[in-house]
Design a binder for this molecule. Structure first.
Ligand code: GSH
Length: 240
């Protein structure tokens, strides 16, 4: 598989040892957290290459690794493959570095609900919350107040849909899998901006996610950077 010029063969720092997998990302990044949870669930042996997007060198590196220069990227040295987009990365990991339990059903049709709910958390939860963060980080004073009402209305729709789906289920689509990996950072960050505690099934699901060792570890490793989150003052004490 080749993702285009410059994205193959350039990302394997020899000094980082013989392990095949290198994840390029940052512990605070929601999308990096999604893949980190998957890596831990699979029990994969990997190198985490800490990326600082405020550094020109790292920005250039990510621009070589992914089409939009966004985090994360996965390099699989043994396979000679570099991948962008978290869902694609997790599908690759699940297929080629499988763990104790699959993150997607092996049957392509049976995998569709998991893929659908993975998209749901990225698009309808994470991407609905993101404009509030972007407004605080990149836009003029007062922009948060402009974007927040629509963002909250989108999140309300998503919370109702997830709460309904979770009635009688432990995980969002069958066994724990890729969509649940996506749910963790989406609900973590969206929940800070627009809490979902009035939705009982969704709240109970989030608590189940928080109890998983992979999730405990990933959220713990984000703690040193949580003060960078533009709404850090709203982060519940139990996560700090
Ligand atoms: N759809 C992408 C989203 C990746 C993404 O938005 N990454 C953020 C970090 S959470 C990023 O790199 N932001 C920096 C930028 O936009 O320049 C995925 O699933 O990998």
């Amino acid at each position: 598989m080749d993702l285009g010029p410059g994205r193959r063969g350039g990302a394997g720092p020899q000094a980082e040892g013989k392990r095949s997998l290198i994840l390029f990302g940052h512990p605070l990044s929601s999308y990096c957290q999604k893949v980190l949870i998957a890596l831990h669930e699979l029990g994969a042996d990997f190198i985490f290459r800490h990326i600082d997007l405020s550094a020109e060198e790292d920005r250039r590196l990510m621009a070589r690794l992914t089409p939009m220069g966004k985090m994360p990227a996965l390099r699989d040295e043994a396979a000679g493959v570099t991948l962008a987009e978290t869902s694609i990365i997790i599908e690759w990991l699940d297929r080629h570095h499988s763990g104790p339990a699959p993150l997607l059903p092996r049957d392509p049709d049976a995998a569709l609900p998991a893929r659908q709910w993975d998209r749901f958390f990225d698009i309808h939860v994470m991407n609905s919350a993101q404009p509030m963060v972007d407004a605080r980080l990149f836009m003029a004073e007062g922009a948060v107040d402009v974007v927040a009402p629509f963002a909250r209305s989108q999140l309300d729709r998503a919370y109702v849909a997830a709460d309904c789906q979770l009635a009688g289920r432990d995980w969002i689509a069958g066994d724990f899998g890729m969509a649940d990996c996506a749910a963790v950072p989406a609900l973590f960050y969206a929940g800070i901006l627009h809490p979902f505690d009035t939705h009982p099934n969704l709240s109970a699901y989030f608590e189940r996610l928080l109890a998983r060792p992979s999730v405990i570890r990933v959220l713990d490793e984000a703690k040193p950077w949580l003060h960078w989150f533009p709404f850090a003052d709203r982060i519940p004490a139990r996560f700090r």
